[in-house]
Design a protein around this ligand. Structure first.
Ligand code: 5GP
Length: 184
């Protein structure tokens, strides 16, 4: 299961809420070459330098990886416990790779209620002005690709509501997986 959406939309918060609420979901921990933000505590990513990241690419560690805003991000190949679904929170190029390798991956595109709301969230996160502008400039392209990829579109107008919407879709998908005859 993959969450995509523009930076600042609240994917990370929704991902954390999803794994808190659903014990059958395991959140993947990505690697990145991006420096840790002042607001981060260190568990958000495996923070590595470019050399270590490139060595991991060569070793075939990643299910997918992508360069985004000058930094590398990658998902280690997951090894989930039986009965567990893996949750990825990644950008669109990575989601395209996951879809190619796992056509049954369910992709949720998370949208902000408005572009003003998105800008406010990016600024509150503590990123510099330049960074915020670059993120907003890449949003239309991310959204266009995201719409092409998404199985479901969810508006993050309220974290609890959006989380519950995703959880109920997941439940429905799991019951179809258990009983494929109900598939439409
Ligand atoms: P940030 O630097 O704001 O934490 O993340 C930037 C973007 O990279 C976000 O859209 C985030 O979802 C995405 N991202 C995080 N981890 C991964 C990953 O493992 N692979 C890919 N392709 N994107 C990721």
């Amino acid at each position: 299961m993959v969450l995509i959406g523009p930076g600042g939309v609240g994917k990370g918060t929704i991902a954390s809420r999803l794994v808190e609420e659903d014990e059958r979901l395991a959140l993947s921990r990505s690697w990145t070459t991006r420096p840790q933000r002042a607001t981060e505590r260190g568990h958000e990513y495996v923070f590595v330098d470019r050399e270590a990241f490139e060595a991991a690419i060569d070793d075939g560690l990643f299910l997918e990886w992508a360069q985004f805003q000058g930094n590398l991000y990658g998902t280690p190949r997951p090894a989930p416990e039986p009965g567990t679904d893996v949750l990825l929170e990644i950008e669109v190029q990575g989601a395209e790779q996951v879809r190619r390798e796992h056509p049954d991956a369910v992709v949720f595109l998370i949208l902000p209620p408005s572009m003003d709301d998105l800008e406010g969230r990016l600024r509150r996160r503590g990123d510099g002005d330049d960074h915020v502008r670059r993120r907003l400039a890449s949003t239309p392209e991310e959204l266009a690709k995201g719409h092409g990829l998404a199985s479901y579109v969810v508006v993050n107008d309220d974290v609890e509501r959006a989380t519950n919407e995703i959880l109920s879709i997941l439940e429905e998908l799991r019951s179809k997986r258990r009983d494929p005859s109900t598939k439409d």
